[in-house]
Design a protein around this ligand. Structure first.
Ligand code: 2P0
Length: 333
């Protein structure tokens, strides 16, 4: 094997992924989503991962020792890539160094960009190039949202229906240059989230009465969002973005016990965006499995909306991020 480095950018879902299909009997857990999703890859916010030969498995995160649970996931994922590359023999020991250029100190385990960069760097280190679609499917097995970070711009991850996942594919819809939008990220808290996405999704599927309707209505949201995106119709897309976000959070809140990822500041920041909209500014909110608020807006509205968000008590920082590029891979000498 050789050493290779990959840079992959993180992404934010405009139509959300939330929920997994239970693994089919006799098949490994392929991490198949219950719904498709549509995302925007982000500029600047990225993971840089190097995979190379070593005399033992070693994982560093942000230049320090990687946490044991993250390391276990990383090396399990390297085994997947090695086996997918057609090797029957045991994987050689590897050194994996990952640096996250992300606003929060989120661990690699939950990072879309982290698993995308790891998959790309590992395949290049193993001198295996099956194409980006196949690498996207492998990245998904590490983390669902990672499948979308194999492309820049606007990306769709198809749910598919085959139990072996063969039709669960991500593909690029439009490059970053398609639309001069911004995503504002308003930070409302520090520290890790109390319930990880994988556990939260399982709790939703098992206990939320809204889980069925959430899954059943997602395809229509995807079709409408894709059409609005193609037409650069922000009013129509924004309406679906907010609907998908609130529907997902309603599904979460209706679990037993309740799953509430928001804090008080989250709701105040959302209200500030809606108030700004009532006054003529253009921006639409979304929020993931955490308390931060993201706002999709035209580039010329970003400064004014960021100012409104910074004025909300409890908002710690606001940054504006543009659509981001494809990942980058290089083999190192
Ligand atoms: C998304 N999220 O579409 C949604 C919206 C969070 C809320 O993808 O279990 O870390 O590793 O497949 O990808 C976060 O879930 O979950 C996520 P796993 P992942 O961006």
């Amino acid at each position: 094997m050789r050493s290779a480095r990959a840079v992959a950018h993180t992404n934010i879902a405009l139509v959300k992924y939330w929920g997994k299909r239970p693994p089919a009997p006799g098949l490994p857990d392929l991490n198949l989503p219950a719904v498709g999703s549509l995302s925007l890859t982000l500029d600047r916010l990225r993971s840089e991962t190097t995979v190379g030969p070593s005399d033992h498995d070693l994982f560093t995160l942000n230049e320090g020792p990687g946490p044991a649970d993250a390391a276990a996931k990383v090396f399990r994922h390297l085994d997947r890539v090695w086996q997918a590359a057609g090797h029957a023999a045991a994987r050689p020991p590897c050194r994996v160094a990952s640096v996250n250029h992300l606003p929060t100190a989120a661990g690699l385990a939950s990072s879309a960009s982290g698993f995308a960069a790891l998959t790309l760097a590992a395949a290049a280190a193993f001198a295996w190039d099956p194409g980006r679609a196949a690498l996207s499917a492998l990245a998904r097995r590490g983390s669902g949202s990672a499948a979308r970070s194999l492309w820049g711009g606007f990306v769709r991850l198809e749910r598919g229906s085959q139990p072996d996942g063969s039709d669960c594919r991500a593909y690029p819809l439009h490059p970053a240059s398609h639309w001069d939008v911004r995503l504002l990220i308003a930070h409302t808290a520090k520290g890790p989230k109390p319930v990880g996405s994988t556990d939260g999704m399982q709790r939703c599927r098992e206990t939320s009465p809204y889980y069925g309707p959430w899954v059943e209505t997602s395809e229509a949201d995807l079709a409408a969002a894709e059409a609005a995106l193609a037409a650069r119709d922000l009013a129509s897309l924004g309406e679906i973005v907010e609907h998908s976000c609130f529907k997902m959070h309603a599904c979460m809140m209706a679990t037993r016990p309740p799953l509430v990822y928001w804090n008080g500041t989250t709701l105040e920041a959302i209200r500030a965006v809606w108030q700004a909209r009532a006054e003529g500014l253009v921006g639409y909110v979304t929020s993931d499995a955490g308390p931060h608020v993201k706002v999709l807006c035209p580039s010329d509205q970003a400064d004014a909306l960021a100012e409104r968000l910074r004025a909300v008590p409890g908002v710690q920082a606001v940054e504006a991020v543009a659509p981001g590029p494809d990942p980058h891979v290089e083999v190192l000498p």
